[in-house]
Each structure stands twice: as structure tokens, then as C-alpha cells.
Design a protein around this ligand. Structure first.
Ligand code: S3P
Length: 428
């Protein structure tokens, strides 16, 4: 499906962005591991989160989504049943990796597969530590790629130093550690998003933080919870970036998640010169949230080093778009992880923005953008990646003329209604 974005349309208004995708996945999975009824509201009704719900149903978990209210009747992981068919995680690595951790502790065989993009994602990073814990983890694709076949059972706690700073890997180990004998100590990985840790604590898990970089979890039963899901800061970021870029814009987004392990993009926007005002700060279900307001600004280039990447991992393509309109160089390094996301986001963003006139150099682990340039509408492609499609729409909004984006349908993976939201905000 193709979509045409008209350039130079300012964004004005106030709205709520869709619920957080990472928290929605976790509410469903942890709810299914708890004893009792968990309710999550509002739950993100998007492609990725629906994949998680379908996998849980295949495992015999009673899951009901009515409007935006998710109800999960959990009987503990013991109540999960051997699935008769492969579980389909669709496009969602979060579904595959978190469920793999949970299934490592179940005494049956399960298989998890996914779409073409997911079948290219690396799974050795979860298979290796889960094997050390005692699970049989078979990766059917070449180079430890999916489908995954898991023969789980009795697990033992291990001490494990994280190979990559990944929340999905950390979460898989936490969900296995919850079912293991002894303690599981995870060293490193504390700067990646910590939604799993926060929700586990809310549900009564035996989890402790040790020093600056270790997490220790012991076998425990989870209590059910009522989870109030904040707006997704990653979804909000597309709108914030568009408002910062298009002259005459002013936008207020309500109830957005402000977890510090996710909020790196806000500080980069500020340092580029777009002042983001935060108000109405509050905490619910261990997750901070508040309202964000931003207007168009004249931007300067910025240098983003590797240590900042985990807190803005999903917003890196947007930094390339912002860099095109910023004075000076915008440099991103230490972001090689982007090459193994839903697409190779470094290669994809460089190739597509060049079609619009960007001056951008690809690095092995990032890029250098020379700005400012006047972006021109062009025919560009999403590479089947939701965050690429929306980043290109933001580029299109601040470009001259019309931008035609192919492969638009993937936007439903995380932000159903994105186009309608843009139409509402641009009054078109
Ligand atoms: C996610 C973690 C991140 C992020 C992804 C969602 C999660 O991936 O890029 O969109 O919900 O845990 P990594 O853990 O692989 O960095």
C-alpha cells in the first residue's frame, strides 16, 4: 500500500498517542504467568501485541480483548499447555524472545516462528543463556536464526553477563529465572528499558537490584495486577519530531510514558534546540508518565554516542531525519544493533533519505548527516519496517512537494491510525 504525504504542513493540537507497545506485551505475558485475573487498560491493539495474544491463546491461556481492555485469566505458568501448532510471533521479536524465556521453564515442546523479517533476527543471544540454564533451544534458521524449537523443563539459575544491552534478552532471562532453582544473576543490561523489572516488582516477584549493574531473580509466583498502560513514547516521538521540524507547529501529547530508560530522545531533541515541556508528571503501576508539549524550532546538529543508544534505540531513524534540517553535523555512533532490527535501519534510513536529497554518510554503527538541506518529496520505501515508514512520513511532512511511501501497511505493527492522526493534526 502506498501513501502520499504533502510537505510543509504544520501540526497543531492536543491528543493521546496509542498505548505503550512494550508494556502491553509484558502485561499480557506476565498476566499469563500470574495466578489470577490481570487487567491491562488501555492495551495496544496493534499487529505485534495481537501476535502475543494469539501465541498465549495457543498455549491454553484465557485471554480476552474487549475494546482496549485486556483481561488475562492466569493459572501460573504450570497451566500453560503444549501447543499443537507452531506459535506465530508475526513481526514481533519481543513476542518471540520473551515467550522463549517463559517457555524454557515449561516441560513440553514448543516452536515459535514469524514473518520474513523476524526469521532474519538473531536468536543466539537468548538461546545461549537459556541453554546454560538447562533448556534445549534449537534454532532452525542458519546462524542461530528462527524458527525456535524449545524443549523446556527444570531450569537452574546462572550468573550471566549480557552480550548486548538488550531489554528483550534481559526479559527472557528474567522470565526463565522466575521458574529456575536457585538464583539467576544478570550482569549488565541495566541501561536498556526496564519495563519487565518494574512490572515483575508490581506483581510481587522476588527481584533485587545489586550494585550498579546486576539484577537477581529467584523463583516466585506472580500476583495478578491492574495495569494502567501509559502512552507510547516511541510513537509520540514521530509526532514530536514532526512538530519540531515543520514551521508553525505546536503540539501537546497527553499521558505519555516517561520511563527514563526510554526517554533519551527527549533530551536529544532538547539539545538540538527543540524545547520539550513536561507537565502533569505522575506515576502509576511503577511507570512514570506526563504530558509533553513542543513547537517548531531552529535545530542544531548533535553527537549521540553509544552509551545513549539504549534509551532511544527505536528513535535513531528519526535522528537522521532531524539531522537533515539541523545546522551542522549530526553524528550517531555505537548503534550497530539497528542493523538487526525489523530492517537494517542504518542502511534503510541512509538510502531512503538520500532519495529526498539528504547528505548522509553510512557508518558501520551509525551515520553522519550534514545539514541543513532542503528535503524534496520523492518515492521512498518502508523496507517493511513500521518505524522506517513513520520516519519517512516525518521527512515528507517537512519536505517540499509530495512524498510517496510504499509498504505503508507495516505501520499497524505499532501505531494503527498514524495517518489519520497526521491528518487530524495537519487539518488535512
Ligand atoms: C523492546 C526492546 C528493544 C526495542 C524493541 C522493543 C522491548 O529491543 O528495540 O522495539 O519491548 O523489550 P532490544 O531489546 O533488542 O534492544
Amino acid at each position: 500500500m502506498e501513501v502520499t504525504i504533502s510537505g510543509r504542513r504544520s501540526l497543531r493540537g492536543e491528543l493521546r498517542v496509542p498505548p505503550d507497545k512494550s508494556i502491553s506485551h509484558r502485561a499480557a505475558i506476565l498476566g499469563a504467568m500470574a495466578h489470577g485475573t490481570t487487567v491491562a487498560r488501555p492495551f495496544l491493539r496493534s499487529g505485534d501485541c495481537l501476535s502475543t495474544l494469539n501465541c498465549l491463546r495457543r498455549l491454553g491461556v484465557e485471554v480476552e480483548l474487549a475494546g482496549d481492555t485486556l483481561t488475562v485469566r492466569g493459572g501460573g505458568p504450570e497451566a500453560w499447555r503444549e501447543p499443537s501448532e507452531a506459535l506465530d510471533a508475526g513481526n514481533s521479536a519481543t513476542t518471540m524472545r520473551l515467550l522463549a524465556g517463559a517457555l524454557a521453564g515449561r516441560p513440553f515442546r514448543s516452536e515459535i516462528t514469524g514473518d520474513r523479517s523476524l526469521l532474519r533476527r538473531p536468536m543466539g543471544r537468548i538461546a545461549r543463556p537459556l541453554r546454560l540454564m538447562g533448556a534445549e533451544m534449537e534454532t532452525r534458521g542458519e546462524g542461530e536464526r528462527p524458527p525456535l524449537v524449545i524443549r523446556g523443563g527444570k531450569l537452574r539459575g546462572i550468573e550471566y553477563r549480557m552480550e548486548v544491552d538488550s531489554a528483550q534478552v534481559k526479559s527472557a532471562l528474567l522470565l526463565a529465572g522466575l521458574q529456575a532453582d536457585g538464583e539467576t544473576r544478570i550482569v549488565g543490561g541495566r541501561s536498556s528499558r526496564d519495563h519487565t523489572e518494574r512490572m515483575l516488582l508490581l506483581m510481587g516477584a522476588d527481584l533485587a537490584f545489586e550494585g550498579e549493574d546486576a539484577l537477581v531473580i529467584r523463583r516466585s509466583e506472580l500476583d495478578p495486577a491492574e495495569i494502567d498502560v501509559p502512552g507510547d513514547l516511541s510513537s509520540a516521538s514521530f509526532l514530536l519530531a514532526a512538530a519540531a521540524l515543520v514551521p508553525g507547529s505546536r503540539l501537546k501529547l497527553l499521558g505519555v510514558g516517561l520511563n527514563p530508560t526510554r526517554a533519551g530522545f527527549l533530551s536529544v531533541l532538547n539539545s538540538m534546540g527543540a524545547l520539550v515541556l513536561e507537565s502533569g508528571y505522575r506515576e502509576a503501576c511503577n511507570e512514570p508518565r506526563g504530558d509533553l508539549e513542543v513547537g517548531s524550532a531552529s535545530l542544531s546538529g548533535v553527537e549521540v554516542e553509544g552509551w545513549r543508544i539504549p534509551a532511544l534505540i527505536d528513535e535513531v531513524p528519526l535522528l537522521a531525519v532531524l539531522g537533515c534540517r539541523a545546522r551542522g553535523e549530526t553524528v550517531v555512533r555505537g548503534a550497530a544493533e539497528l542493523r538487526v532490527k525489523e530492517s537494517d535501519r542504518i542502511a534503510a534510513v541512509c538510502a531512503e533519505l538520500r532519495k529526498m536529497g539528504a547528505s548522509i554518510e553510512e557508518l558501520p554503527d551509525g551515520f553522519v548527516v550534514h545539514g541543513p538541506v532542503i528535503l524534496r518529496g520523492a518515492r521512498v520505501d518502508s523496507h517493511g519496517d513500521h518505524r522506517m515508514a513513520m520516519s519517512l512520513a516525518v521527512a515528507g511532512l517537512c519536505a517540499e512537494g509530495e512524498t510517496v511511501i510504499s509498504g505503508w501497511e507495516c505501520v499497524d505493527i505499532s501505531f494503527p491510525g498514524f495517518l489519520e492522526t497526521l491528518r487530524f493534526l495537519t487539518g488535512s
